[in-house]
Design a protein around this ligand. Structure first.
Ligand code: PNS
Length: 163
């Protein structure tokens, strides 16, 4: 097996839960591509550039992590980059059906492609980017949810968006 894996997602914005999965993947594999992708079911609050900047900042110092973005099919990108495993975090039963559907679809599109699930840490079980955005937009404290180095920029952007 190729020792390069990909961690795909919307990362809108990256949370401590995402970062935990990225760090664990970086310990297990030689090279980790973190890919900011289009989820056609969502319209992002942060631009692709902002989401990539946040990811670059929070993964600074992790030598084997690369941040990319593209707007095509994940399965095709993996074929192009010769990546044969996707690594995703699994939080709760509620994630399972959606993640299972994506894993099977990706494998149908690219039979070389396996999906590996890492169970979320207990502290991250409840965490999601949409919760972070909702709490921040209502003036709540998100410091337990996002890495400290990007906290202020997330709050600033969400406050600006809300006028
Ligand atoms: O963080 P998300 O929004 O749950 O991640 C979903 C994502 C972005 C990984 C998924 O929508 C995706 O892979 N998008 C790229 C386009 C694609 O390949 N779609 C088919 C996936 S089965």
């Amino acid at each position: 097996m190729n020792k390069t894996v990909i961690c795909p997602g919307s990362f809108d914005p990256v949370t401590l839960g995402h970062l935990d999965v990225i760090k664990r993947a970086a310990r297990m594999f030689e090279h980790v591509i973190v890919a900011v992708l289009v989820n056609s079911a969502k319209s992002p609050s942060f631009s692709t550039e902002e989401r990539m900047d946040f990811l670059k900042e929070v993964t600074q110092g992790i030598e084997n992590v690369e941040i990319v973005s593209f707007d095509g099919l994940l399965a095709e990108y993996c074929r192009r980059r010769k990546v044969d495993a996707i690594v995703k975090g699994l939080r709760a039963v509620s994630d399972f059906e959606y993640e299972f559907q994506m894993a099977i679809t990706n494998k149908k599109l690219n039979p070389q492609l396996e999906t590996i699930f890492l169970t979320a840490e207990a502290d991250s079980m409840y965490l999601s980017s949409s919760m972070v955005r909702e709490v921040a937009s209502m003036g709540g404290d998100i410091s337990n949810f996002v890495p400290p180095c990007i906290h202020d920029r997330i709050v600033e952007k969400i406050n600006k968006k809300n006028g």
